[in-house]
Write a protein of this length. Structure first.
Length: 84
């Protein structure tokens, strides 16, 4: 397997991982918004915001990880460009 093929395969797997993590990120963001809305509308007690803050910290962690994956993709694309 040539280096170009290896880079293309790594880029493909990173793109799949990015897509999966984006779906998780979107689901967590949606859950946080729904939870905050439920507390503000009075359906849920105020202490449920603790759960929302835990979810928000997870959201921040996953957002940084998502950005890291995008950085890796950019690096691999730069390497691929140098190979050609």
């Amino acid at each position: 397997m040539s280096k170009k093929d290896k880079l293309l395969q790594e880029i493909g797997s990173l793109r799949e991982a990015r897509k999966d993590w984006f779906n998780i990120l979107f689901a967590i963001a949606s859950a946080i918004v729904v939870l905050v809305y439920s507390v503000l509308s009075g359906d849920k007690p105020i202490y449920m915001l603790i759960l929302g803050s835990i979810g928000f910290s997870g959201f921040i962690f996953i957002a940084f990880y998502y950005k890291n994956i995008e950085t890796k993709i950019e690096q691999k694309l730069d390497e691929l460009e140098k190979e050609e």
